[in-house]
Design a protein around this ligand. Sequence first.
Ligand code: ADP
Ligand code: MG
Length: 395
Amino acid sequence: MLSSYWGFTSFRPGQAEIIESVVGGTDTLALLPTGGGKSLCFQVPGLLRGGVTLVLSPLISLMHDQVLGLAGRGIAAFAMTGRVDAGLLSNVRSRMSSSNSFFLYLAPERLNTRQFRWLIQGQRVGLIVVDEAHCISSWGHDFRPAYRTIQQLRENYGAPFCALTATATRRVERDIVKNLALRSPRVFRYSFDRPNIHFSVRQVVDARGEVLSWLDRERGPAIIYDSSREGVEIWAEKLRRAGISSAAYHGGLNAGFKDHVQRRWMRKKVRVMVATNAFGMGIDRPDVRLVLHVGLPDSLESYYQEAGRAGRDGRPAHAVLLVSPEARKARMALLRAGSFRQRIRANRLVRPILRYAEREMCRRWGVLGYFGENIRVPCGNCDVCGRLKREAPHH
Ligand code: ADP
Ligand code: MG
């Protein structure tokens, strides 16, 4: 099945065990790094179990990518997004009834709609998939309250659950298990390490010079993240003026334009994507050589997920975090602003990223330790370990 539908010759670490567990009908939670191949972990079982596989997913672009991928492999699938008219809906329902297996993608906010209930009525649901499952936890980033309604599906359909995420501290993991009401789940946790990514942090005053010199060093495709929409526009313009092909992407652009920009970048028409955190989830471009943050991310989880978009092809890549005095000040202000609850939350999320940025410790150790993973230091592939090596006496 792997070679005939997917053209892959072997499984990646974890895939075989996860697939076996899910096919067997056991509730399963899979924690695999970004690009680790989580989709396969539910697509193969969905096909094997047959019937309708419901896939709950937070983002439209993500769903469309997956439906296209499945369709290209001759597998029936549909993403319920935007306005769906009655004609299309009944067409989908009849395809569903006549297919041995069918993948239905939707955001959890849609579960409570008449359209969804009509569509799914009388169908056999073989598997319920919760992608980007960390969205269920208010301990993590990207919290989506509607994820909490997913567990109700169990009563109606009795199908096993398969939850997947690339971002899981132990706390988020416990939250997923609890809020999905998983039953004696098997939890598969694989190393989140991405050995080919070189991590570094730079304290900067002249961000422009720093960015340009990185783009000069790393000639390949790049993503630059900034925390504000205005910042993104300004950076994209700066780069264009410096003769570097770039585009801006953020939540303030209309959907059609965002699609257009994203496609241009995916098709290698643009080298540098300058974006807010609205960009990237589910983007599958393997040859990104540099992910550079000019603004401090909201949390260490977000940072690692965004940085993880570098080097999915396994070749050397860089993740660089620039810390300016202003960015630091803005984050520190967050720790003191807002209600008591907001401050607690800010502390929980912001402290770890500040610590990551400011401590002279192996970066990989810092971030993986935060996810509860122990690694051997020096890692040999971050700025701190690099300095250690240079300072070590020669034999
Ligand atoms: P994730 O959801 O974990 O971030 P994806 O499921 O999107 O990762 O997969 C990332 C990429 O890896 C995709 O291009 C996919 O086709 C590829 N991939 C997944 N499994 C394998 C495999 N066993 N062999 C080769 N490529 C794979
Ligand atoms: Mg995925």
